[in-house]
Design a protein around this ligand. Structure first.
Ligand code: SF4
Length: 408
């Protein structure tokens, strides 16, 4: 896979060496067992895959190169480039301005932009409406485009099934930048509706079967369907695509569920299912699959707790947390600074969108085992910092050098 020029502050030579060593031994990525870092009183089980993905490295390279090459220009990002506060703060510190927040609230008025300005499209992509807005301001919308190719692949898939007269059901978070962009692109070629989870897929199914009166759809799915959506006509042929970072098991369950609903509704067989259901279930990206499979591999092991590092508004990271917390106490932290002491941790409760302060953290026992992973927008340098911080709680800081020597 292509390598990118990412600022060295985000890299960790130690983590890179560990990842390279695993890659050498498992080129086909079939082994999802963790890397065991045994420090005696502390054992860290490091996920097989974690950290910066292709799309994030691509976006970072373009954004920092644009800054270097255009010292005299005003540089804007449509919104956060990726969902990691460290990277976004570094860009802000270098003078980049965000035009919108992640919820789409305007921070910089469009009228204040001029044709000389540079506007970078983030890795999530953007809507056709925003592209048109930039064009109307004299700014070429795709000149500084960091949209991840795996997101564009979803748009292409939506367009492809749209051209075959299927309505697109997007499994995604309706307010997420990527889902808003996918919704916009899909809507340009076919009727489109967003479902955020299985409960909403089941609700949508009641309109497919006619169980609920069509009129109720427009209130229940307000803001989640394309203009002119005809709930009777537009739910007769459907296909499911997804936000690239959803939970793989849920997205598959939703596609299977909707397919079964269509088969029952139209008395189809496996051979004729395609008459009403387009098979488009492969739109999760490779990083989401790898990172979630690596967590599944982690969870085959025994441990006392899990730590997941990443931005609190990161969708892919929150799904890793979701998987871990089904099995063991899990702490979602944005950086090593959240590990205040051996007895104290500040961590994010993504269910209730609040930071919690816990005072029971590391258990008192002979050897504590911790599972460790991070999201696709989290720099490896932060994962190394977390390992160093944990070691410091045991007076074992020097062990990091021994570990580095082992992976040289
Ligand atoms: S998580 Fe996947 S889709 Fe998102 S930026 Fe990374 S590679 Fe691209």
């Amino acid at each position: 896979m292509k390598t990118f020029n990412v600022p060295v502050i985000y890299r960790s030579p130690l983590i890179t060496a560990i990842k390279n060593s695993r890659k050498q031994l498992d080129r086909m990525k079939k082994d999802f067992t963790p890397t065991v870092l045994d420090f005696g009183p502390l054992k860290v089980l490091l996920a097989r895959h974690f950290g910066f993905c292709f799309g994030v490295e691509n976006a970072i390279e373009i954004a920092f190169r644009t800054l270097d090459e255009n010292p005299d220009k005003r540089i804007f990002l449509l919104s956060e480039m990726i969902h990691n506060p460290h990277v976004n703060n570094d860009l802000l510190a270098r003078g980049v301005q965000f035009i919108m927040d992640t919820a789409g609230k305007q921070l910089v008025p469009w009228e204040s932009l001029n044709p000389e300005d540079i506007v970078i499209i983030p890795a999530f992509g953007t809507t056709l409406e925003i592209e048109a807005k930039l064009t109307s301001l004299g700014i070429a919308p795709l000149q500084y485009n960091t949209t991840c190719p795996f997101v564009e692949r979803v748009w292409n898939k939506a367009e492809q099934i749209g051209q075959q007269s299927y309505t697109v059901i997007v499994h995604g978070k309706p307010g997420h930048e990527e889902t808003r962009a996918t919704f916009s692109h899909s809507t340009s070629s076919t009727p489109t509706v967003v479902v955020k989870d299985m409960a909403e897929a089941q609700l949508l199914a009641t309109f497919i079967t006619g169980e609920k009166p069509a009129a109720e759809f427009y209130e229940l799915f307000k803001g989640q369907y394309s203009p002119g959506f005809d709930v009777v006509k537009d739910l007769q042929r459907v296909g499911v695509v997804n936000q690239t970072t959803m939970l793989a098991t849920e997205t598959q369950a939703i596609a299977d569920y909707i397919r079964n609903v269509m088969m029952d509704r139209y008395a189809l067989t496996a051979a004729t299912a395609g008459e009403h259901f387009a098979d488009a279930r492969d739109t999760l990206c490779y990083a989401t699959n790898d990172n979630q499979s690596a967590v599944t591999g982690l969870l085959q092991e025994e441990a006392d707790l899990a730590i997941v590092v990443g931005g609190y508004n990161s969708s892919n990271t929150s799904h890793l947390v979701e998987l871990c917390e089904e099995r063991l106490p899990t702490f979602f932290i944005s950086s090593d600074e959240k590990l205040v002491s051996a007895n104290e941790v500040e961590h994010w409760d993504f269910h209730h969108k609040q930071e919690l302060h816990s005072f029971t953290f590391l258990p008192q026992k002979e050897q504590v085992t911790i599972m460790l992973t991070s999201g696709a927008s989290c720099p490896d340098a932060l994962v190394e910092a977390v390992i160093r911080k944990l070691l410091s709680f045991y007076g074992l800081e020097h062990k990091i050098e021994e570990l580095a020597a082992k992976f040289k």
